[in-house]
Design a protein around this ligand. Structure first.
Ligand SMILES: [Zn+2]
Length: 557
């Protein structure tokens, strides 16, 4: 007999498919976890899969079957059946879609196209990401602001290339009180309006601000959860300076901040490029952007920092009185790390075939504790462990749900929790503790009194491993190419092509167009420390003219 059980907990419905088997006098029940809050259609599909598993016999003996101390065993990995197992390497796109759904990161079923609901497991991680980034910004002298979400059309129109670049992507609100308002796609035109009222003298400079905000862009490209949606969550910094030199120093500081946070805390590797003139931020003098390499060989643009120079200052009349008594226009910079988009890279870069893998500092949950049996002795001990961990500021939880231990293991592995502690009567008797680390998919037994020191040591080591693995994504990925055919081969092998290019100014756009059309790849730009074209890169790989620049070409999201 096969039937579906529904358990409700914290307003959620958990589904199990179960079968009872008579063994002599005993009735054993075998259960397969189907998922939470499933739609009718999903439930039907999951039931079919589960029936297959039940037919094969999920295990000889259910692990939650009452056990004597002698036979108490931790479920071994081979006994378990995963409910998430997709090859990330073979089918990255399918993997991404499924993990967003299985780990309950974002619900795409919200009934406005291009908008998703961010669910707790992603919000908890992104809150931490915000925290680290804001800490670094504040330490570097940025003050937090909360600006209005709406920007009047009048502000928007003040900087010509800005309005031209953003207009197609603006959500306009119906006229309210005779005014046409935009939902902010970015807030330059809101901030600088106020800068003109706040900044008076050279003593006010540098004037460093930031805000955490959601912004709205009418994306016409296909949307994907976290990666590209019509509403996303970010931080934007806006700074005013006295000279171009000091503004450029700010741009470098933004790049350093990106390294300190994205690389050193989120464990993400990236390369900074100066974007070619046709790919600059609308209204910017120079644009620098970090590209993170995705496991499928495509790059994802992450934080970008822009030297706006005096373009916006002139449009918004942002002036200061200098030491010499003269009134001058400020030099403005802005920087935009998009937290929800960076989260897409955290999913994509660190995840594996079993699901998510979170770096320690931004994990929504750092340690999951699994009692192997429900004896009082075991329950008392796991409560004690939880209290000890919490005393040491480690974010943890005990899984008392009625899934079998094996299912719990897989569930939290899929969710990417960095450390799991397993505890049964055996451990208590031997004064030991079993610790599993998600990064290496490895479990080891430690002495019980080493609990805190081992968890702390592992926490550091987990981030080191994830960083090392992620950094290796870039290894051997950059290949020199001399002509279109070679670029094509490099790109199709999922790598980044480096080649000579006639120009990153307007004249080069035609050659970039050829690459876009024939290879479906993009000129990402030049390195900040400009490389001199020579040897294989001495000529433009497309038009064969003498190369002025060395550029990097990749497919992108
Ligand atoms: Zn060319």
């Amino acid at each position: 007999m096969t039937y579906t059980e529904i358990k409700e907990k914290e307003k959620k419905k958990y589904y199990y498919r179960a079968k009872s088997i008579r063994k002599g006098k005993k009735i054993e029940k075998q259960r397969v976890y189907l998922g939470a809050n499933l739609s009718k259609q999903e439930l039907l599909e999951k039931e079919k899969e589960a029936d297959k598993k039940l037919q094969e016999g999920i295990s000889k003996k259910p692990e939650n079957y009452p056990q004597t101390e002698k036979t108490e065993k931790h479920p071994s990995v081979s006994q378990k059946k995963a409910f998430f197992k997709i090859s990330k390497e073979k089918n990255f796109s399918g993997w991404y879609t499924e993990i967003v759904k299985s780990a309950e990161l974002g619900d795409v079923r919200y009934n406005v196209k291009g908008f998703i609901v961010f669910q707790p497991w992603s919000v908890l991680a992104m809150e931490k990401m915000y925290y680290y980034l804001e800490q670094v910004l504040q330490k570097k002298g940025h003050s937090p602001y909360w600006f209005p979400t709406v920007i009047p059309e009048e502000n928007f129109k003040k900087e010509a290339s800005h309005v031209q670049g953003f207009s197609p992507n603006v959500f306009w609100l119906k006229e309210i009180g005779g005014e046409k308002l935009a939902l902010r796609p970015t807030s330059e035109t809101a901030f600088y309006q106020m800068f003109s009222l706040w900044i008076r003298s050279y003593k006010d400079l540098p004037f460093k601000t930031y805000q955490r905000a959601n912004v709205f862009r009418y994306e016409t490209k296909a949307t994907r959860p976290f990666l590209r949606s019509r509403e996303f969550h970010w931080i934007e910094t806006h700074c005013a300076h006295d000279t171009e030199e000091n503004a450029m120093k700010q741009v470098r500081e933004d790049m350093e901040t990106t390294k300190e946070v994205l690389h050193d805390i989120f464990c993400l590797p990236f390369m900074f490029f100066e974007r070619p003139s046709w790919d600059k931020f609308p209204g910017a003098h120079r644009t620098f952007a970090a590209d993170v390499l995705n496991p499928d060989g495509k790059v994802v643009q992450q934080p970008s920092t822009h030297l706006l120079n005096q373009n916006f200052a002139k449009a918004f009349n942002v002036k200061f009185k200098d030491k010499d008594g003269e009134e001058k226009y400020c030099y403005i910079t802005c920087y935009g790390p998009a937290i929800s988009r960076i989260f897409a890279s955290v999913i994509a870069v660190h995840g594996d075939d079993k699901g998510l893998r979170f770096p320690w500092k931004i994990a929504p949950l750092q340690v999951i504790i699994i009692p192997i049996t429900q004896d009082k002795q075991v329950i008392d001990e796991v409560e004690k462990i939880k209290a000890e961990l919490e005393k040491n500021k480690i974010n943890c939880k005990i899984d008392f749900s009625d899934m079998r231990p094996g299912e719990k293991f897989y569930f939290w592995e899929m969710k990417g929790v960095p450390i799991r502690i397993e505890l049964g009567k055996q451990e208590i008797k031997n004064k030991k503790i079993t610790i599993y680390r998600r990064d290496k998919d490895e479990r080891k037994i430690f002495s019980r009194d080493k609990l805190i020191s081992e968890v702390q040591r592992l926490a550091e080591d987990i981030d080191k491993t994830l960083t090392k693995q992620a950094d290796s994504l870039f290894e051997n990925k950059i290949i020199d190419a001399e002509n279109k055919q070679e670029i094509k081969e490099v790109i199709e092998a999922g790598k980044i092509a480096r080649c000579g290019f006639c120009s990153v100014e307007k004249q080069g756009e035609k050659c970039a167009g050829v690459i876009e059309k024939d290879i479906r790849a993009f000129v990402r730009g030049t390195k900040l420390d400009k490389e001199v074209p020579k040897g294989k890169t001495s000529k433009c790989a497309i038009c064969n003219k003498k190369a002025k620049n060395v550029v990097y070409i990749a497919r992108s999201y």
